[in-house]
Design a protein around this ligand. Structure first.
Ligand SMILES: Cc1ncc(COP(=O)(O)O)c(C=O)c1O
Length: 375
């Protein structure tokens, strides 16, 4: 769909495909496009773009932190944050072995010679056990020239199915690392989904972490952008890292304008996505040949397994696609459906009808498949 069509509401009839591969398929809303057209602009490399500054102030206030920095993507936000937290020999980053940073982004981080990663077991609920952290701290204390700088958590945890970390757990981990002089960072790509699911103000959810990034371009439906928030000095270092990584932007107010609308208008409606995700999960769980753990359906993500032996993951996805439903492969033999602003209750019903039809008819022949996607 082109910009003009979106702006002037042309061609807005429902798309042919039901797109549940990811919430990154959301289109900017007409309000976002109008805000982009009207946005006052300047050179953000000189800190002179008023719309970027407005977004950053809004984001920092919303999260209850001192400062914020607009980033082009969640991946760069994570990397710039880790670079900013690692200083001299305090350069070890602990993270979960199922975290987005470890599984999908560590290639970029490996290019930063200053950072040493250590991946710990991720539990099914997205947590890392405090006992495992204790052992890890012991390991790095004994005669190592590097010291632990940072622990990264992810909330909601994407690969664990969008589950929300318990607040008491985050507090306990924060106490544990802070008492050892280590910072706590949160990959909060979908942190507003966690806040809505927990019926808690987002600032309360992130109160115990030192810094975080959240994405504007996922469930909040902005076309581009993530924001890093934290203490002013840390955010200053993030800005420097962003520049090194080539992420310095100029008239970035065109991105920030949509981001402001995302923060002001798109947060509360995430509840609708969560309700639709539950409907979808409950419908699928009632079908023979598929398994869904309903306890993991806490936000906008539904993860399921096809146990009907006629299908492989790939052939199930290809068959659903043939009938107009786009799903994605999600590692460990699982399939993922993500509900978003572009999905309404009627499409959820249709998605269920297609899933039932695929299960009834078996795999379509010559089912060709599309690559794994996670974002
Ligand atoms: C939890 C999490 N963190 C970070 C990212 C990376 O964000 P981006 O695609 O904007 O680089 C993703 C992408 O899906 C994600 O799910």
């Amino acid at each position: 769909m082109n910009f003009g069509a979106l702006l002037f509401h042309e061609d807005r009839e429902k798309p042919q495909m039901i797109e549940l591969r990811s919430d990154t398929f959301t289109m900017p809303t007409p309000e976002m496009l109008a805000a982009i057209v009207r946005a006052p602009l300047g050179n953000d490399g000189y800190r002179e773009d008023p719309t970027v500054r407005e977004l950053e102030e809004l984001a920092a206030a919303r999260m209850g932190k001192e400062a914020a920095c607009l980033m082009p993507s969640g991946t760069m936000a994570n990397l710039a944050s880790m670079m900013a937290h690692c200083i001299c020999d305090k350069n070890v980053v602990l993270l979960g072995d199922k975290s987005d940073i470890h599984i999908y982004e560590s290639g970029g981080a490996d290019l930063c010679p200053g950072i040493v990663f250590s991946a710990l077991d991720t539990q099914a609920d997205g947590t890392i056990r405090i006992g495992d952290l204790e052992r890890e701290f012991q390991k790095w204390r004994d005669g190592s020239s590097s010291k632990i700088a940072l622990l990264c958590l992810e909330n909601p945890h994407n690969l664990c199915g969008g589950v929300v970390l318990p607040r008491g757990y985050v507090r306990a981990v924060a106490d544990f690392v802070h008492s050892r002089g280590v910072k706590l960072y949160l990959d909060g790509a979908r942190i507003f989904n966690a806040a809505i699911a927990s019926k808690t103000d987002v600032a309360e959810i992130v109160k115990d972490v030192d810094s975080l990034q959240f994405c504007l371009s996922k469930g909040l439906a902005a076309p581009v952008g993530s924001v890093v928030v934290g203490e002013s000095q840390f955010v200053g270092r993030v800005r420097k890292s962003r520049k090194i990584l080539g992420g310095n932007m100029r008239q970035a107010g065109i991105i920030a304008a949509a981001g402001i609308v995302a923060l002001q208008r798109m947060v509360d409606r995430l509840e609708e996505d969560h309700i639709n995700a539950c409907r979808l999960a409950e419908g699928i769980s009632a079908m023979p040949g598929v398994q869904v753990d309903l306890s993991t359906v806490q936000t906008n993500t539904v993860v399921f397994r096809v146990v009907d032996e006629r299908f492989s993951c790939e052939s199930f996805i290809a068959s659903a696609r043939r009938y107009g439903l786009n799903l994605s492969e999600f590692r460990y033999g699982r399939i993922r459906a993500v509900v978003h602003h572009g999905t309404d209750a009627e499409q959820i019903q249709e998605a269920l009808r297609i899933t039932a039809q695929v299960l009834e008819e078996g795999p379509v022949e010559e089912a060709s498949y599309c690559a794994e996607s996670h974002a």
